[in-house]
Design a protein around this ligand. Sequence first.
Ligand code: PGA
Length: 251
Amino acid sequence: MGRGMRKPVVAANWKMNGSLGLCEHFVANLARPDYADVWIFPTALHLGALAESFRDSDISVGVQNVWCEVEGAFTGEISASMVAAAGGQLALVGHSERRSLFGDSDAVVARKFKKITEAGLIPVLCVGETLEERESGLAFEAVQRQLNAVEEAWDNPAYSHVAIAYEPVWAIGTGEAATPDIAQAMQALIRNHVDQNSSGDSQAVRILYGGSVKGVGAAELIAQEDIDGFLVGGASLDVNEFNQICEAVKS
Ligand code: PGA
């Protein structure tokens, strides 16, 4: 069985990078493939400008993080509903940098996830094991724990309007992407988990791979049955490289 109904996704996670100049450069030079969904996650400061520029296009924009309340005394934070009002359509949640640097526990990720769905945004739930977890044979246990935490807080797990990004921590920003076999093996386990824990959404949910994705190597990864696209960090800041990745998912 192939990817079938699942349209590939190429997503750009700019992290704490970018400027209005980079936004304009992307608006002018980004490929606009009709065979893939293109999602851009700039900083929250740049979301409004990009959302406005891409308003009448098929390109969607989102944020890299939200807080898990709607409004209130949470200095420095923004809510999912504010993102929706500003023209955002998506939100990353559970990125490993949030988990490791900013203390987003499984429980906090679950609360944020819930608020993202309630605001009508598409969550991109990031999961992935550390090198230690992989080396001790606990990679899938770690990913499953992250998925379970979200499902426990989610009244009716319906993955068809959700994307999952499998991002092994050891591959993020290292220049060493997971091999197609390693990524495929985990992503098949994730799809199987969704099959067991939701109502028939496992063939609809898009499971992206993230971690040192570049133009070179992207075609081998996307050829895998359970890799439905990419969440791209470093390489997403270079529009030509990003366009190459878009080209690679054309099949
Ligand atoms: P990278 O980052 O492509 O720079 O490895 C991916 C990510 O963190 O989403």
